[in-house]
Design a protein around this ligand. Structure first.
Ligand SMILES: NC(=O)c1ccc[n+]([C@@H]2O[C@H](COP(=O)([O-])OP(=O)(O)OC[C@H]3O[C@@H](n4cnc5c(N)ncnc54)[C@H](OP(=O)(O)O)[C@@H]3O)[C@@H](O)[C@H]2O)c1
Length: 296
């Protein structure tokens, strides 16, 4: 398969929900999708940066609505997801791009470790809550921004929050492995719906990633590594943009892409039993099974 240029794919009137839109890869995605004519739903934490991205993304006359929400907190994410489901009769694309590494252990109000809350439970809640709207599109797409570090991840089902011995990279790589497991499990569970589920690695990208809480040696390491080896956010946005818009991948589901090409992810990410187990954990922790379903 030869990838076609994604910038040329028009998205006029298509509703795109994009998380992590206020910075880095997400900010570039918002601009590209806005120029392509998409109706944007932009989620991030910082309302000022989010507003600025929305203004610049809508210069071409498209619409962008902004939702500043802490997605690490399952209760805020549930509220957001229900609101988006109520407000949008159809969602054509959901891009679960927001993600971060937490260098020190911290929990959300619901008691989840923050990396797990943001990188795993938020995509799960948004995807599951918006499922009827994605299906209403007739050709819905879910794009999960994972990472190549998933291959270093280990699912510690006895201690998913890593309370016993917290390490930022261990928690982060586990979360990106979990996101891949969920992508494949979604593709299996929702195979009868007109929705595709794919994941990608954007590359090592020069963004604000890793800077939050990074001081001293760690901050210096990130700064130097990014200057030497990282690609631009524009380049980093290419694969998620491709998955969100290209006709090439309209019928591909349950795949992992690197540089706009299908790529074999780690053996652990293809463990169907681990995926089933993780799904059950996410159902419990997300609280989605405890609240009455929002009108479909
Ligand atoms: N950069 C890389 O080398 C690299 C490599 C592999 C994968 N990735 C993945 O790519 C995705 C995008 O990252 P990036 O590189 O563009 O980093 P970034 O510049 O730090 O952007 C992260 C985005 O996520 C949002 N976010 C972070 N914590 C949040 C929270 N608690 N609630 C809501 N939104 C939150 C941020 O919002 P605010 O700015 O408003 O806080 C920002 O919009 C992430 O999933 C990351 O794991 C990045």
């Amino acid at each position: 398969m030869t990838p076609t240029p994604t910038a040329a794919t028009r998205m006029d009137g298509k509703c795109v929900v994009l998380t992590g839109a206020s910075s880095g890869i997400g900010a570039v995605l918002a601009g590209s999708l806005g120029r392509a004519g998409a109706d944007l739903v932009l989620v991030g934490r910082d309302p000022v940066r989010l507003g600025a991205i929305a203004r610049s993304a809508t210069k071409s006359g498209t619409r962008a609505r902004v939702y500043p929400v802490d997605l690490a907190d399952t209760s805020s994410t549930r509220t957001l997801a229900a609101k988006l489901r109520e407000e949008n009769p159809r969602v054509d694309v959901l891009i679960n791009n927001a993600g971060a590494i937490q260098h020190t252990f911290a929990t959300t109000p619901s008691g989840d470790e923050r990396t797990f809350g943001l990188n795993v439970l938020a995509p799960f809640i948004l995807t599951e809550t918006l499922m009827p709207r994605l299906a209403a599109s007739g050709a819905g797409r879910v794009v999960n921004v994972s990472s190549s570090v998933h291959s270093m991840g280990v699912m510690d089902f006895e201690d998913l929050d890593r309370r016993r011995a917290y390490g930022g990279w261990a928690a982060y790589s586990q979360s990106k492995l979990a996101l891949l497991l969920l992508t494949y499990e979604s593709a299996r569970r929702h195979a009868d719906r007109p929705v595709t589920f794919n994941a990608c690695h954007p590359g090592f990208v020069r963004t604000a990633f890793g800077e939050e809480g990074s001081t001293g040696m760690r901050g210096a390491f990130f700064g130097v590594a990014k200057r030497i080896a990282a690609i631009s956010p524009e380049k980093g946005a290419e694969t998620p943009l491709y998955l969100a818009t290209s006709p090439d991948v309209a019928h591909i589901s349950g795949a992992y892409f690197v540089r706009r090409r299908p790529h074999r992810s780690s053996p652990a990410s293809r463990d169907a039993e681990a995926a089933r187990r993780l799904w059950e954990v996410c159902e419990q922790r997300s609280g989605l099974t405890e609240v009455p379903a929002v009108a479909a």
